[in-house]
Design a protein around this ligand. Structure first.
Ligand SMILES: *Cc1c(COP(=O)(O)O)cnc(C)c1O
Length: 359
């Protein structure tokens, strides 16, 4: 079976000596490897103001707290995502407000988000689902107009591009097992204009200031233990040597499907927004008779699945329930097929042939 997701681990010869050196160095907590990882990851993404963390969820939590989100506030978000996006909002005590999606992308709809904003709305959470980029032109305009900050959940979107120029205050990445790049577990928070890096650093480590000697420190606000450590940072540093090629493979496969899957009866390709380029963590499309499609693919050795439960189905979000007609339709039809670094030229042709056999 060709899997839908698979961790990328660098070659043994590259990874193990680097990891061994750190493990026996006498310093395995947050230290030089973590700061070097921040420098290199920042260069890679183009935003040098970045904090390495223990998970993407930790990054979401800090971004929400720095946006001033707390009990009684509202955060607009999307149900079409992995649970951490919205559980992080629930952790702050704020109410999740579900925006509807765009029918032809599955991404949060700017018009729906605009209609939902009010004086209690403290943040807009955007998810670049499966590596496709939201309509950032529209969302930056909305954020400027309303003054509500944007948090970009880019857990699926390392290597995706927005070329419109504006930078959001908060962008989070995940290095969990199955993301484009893994450090086993880990995450990062990239801070944009107008954000308080020092406050973010304190929230990362109990509320302590690392620059002040421990015996002279004063915690004003309780923080968390969200730091990355030198061992996972060493894995991350090694990954950064290989990840450009991994991303290239995801993107080349995605572009191949964009062409090869045109004009197939019962299959609708998705649209990508102006000024954006997806990084195809998964390849997403809409199919008629989805259950038949999934069964047919399975019988031909290809894993196909919608992967995520719409988050508004969870009891913890019962109070947020509202009609989402575009999501209802999209949710019946969307499906992912394998697209990542483990799919070579021959395999992707096999997958296209399997689809063209029909369902
Ligand atoms: C994986 C993921 C996260 C959180 O990442 P962790 O590193 O597992 O905490 C957040 N949002 C989305 C959409 C994800 O898929």
């Amino acid at each position: 079976m060709i899997p839908l997701v698979k961790p990328y681990i660098p070659p043994r010869e590259a990874l193990l000596p680097a990891l061994e050196a750190v493990l026996y160095s006498g310093y395995i907590a947050e230290g030089e490897q973590v700061y070097e990882f921040e420098r290199r990851f920042g260069e890679f993404t183009g935003n040098k103001n970045v904090l390495a963390l223990s998970s993407g969820t930790a990054a979401l939590h800090i971004a929400l707290l720095l946006s001033g989100v707390g009990p009684g506030d509202k955060v607009i978000s999307t149900p079409l995502t992995a649970e951490p996006t919205n559980i992080a909002i629930a952790q702050t005590g704020a109410q999740v407000v579900w925006a509807d999606v765009e029918p032809d992308t599955g991404l949060p709809c700017p018009r729906s988000v605009r209609d939902l904003t009010d004086e209690r709305t403290k943040a807009i959470m955007l998810v670049h689902y499966a590596g496709m980029v939201c309509d950032m032109d529209a969302f930056h305009a909305l954020s400027k107009e309303t003054g509500i900050p944007i948090i970009e959940d880019a857990a699926h979107a390392l290597g995706a591009k927005y070329t419109g120029g504006d930078v959001s205050p908060y962008t989070i990445y995940s290095f969990q097992a199955i993301k484009h790049m893994t450090t086993v577990d880990g995450g990062a928070l990239a801070l944009g204009p107008g954000t308080d890096t020092q406050a973010a650093r304190r929230l990362r480590w109990f509320g302590l200031d690392k620059k002040v000697p421990r015996l002279e420190n004063d915690i004003e606000r309780a923080g968390y233990k969200y730091n990355m450590n030198n061992c996972t940072a060493a894995i991350g540093l090694c990954q950064l040597d290989f990840i450009p090629a991994v991303l290239d493979r995801h993107i080349a496969n995605g572009k191949y499907y964009d062409k090869a899957l045109r004009n197939i009866p019962g299959l609708t390709l998705l649209r990508y927004h102006k000024n954006t380029e997806p990084s195809y963590w998964l390849y997403t499309m809409k199919v008629d008779n989805r259950e038949d499609f999934i069964r047919a693919m399975e019988s031909r050795g290809v894993a196909a699945s919608p992967l995520h439960l719409r988050n508004d189905r969870h009891s913890v979000f019962a109070k947020s329930k509202r009609p989402l007609p575009a999501l209802d339709k999209f949710y019946q039809k969307f499906v992912h097929i394998p697209c990542g670094h483990w799919i070579d030229d021959t395999t992707r042709e096999t997958i296209v042939t399997a689809i063209k056999q029909g369902w």
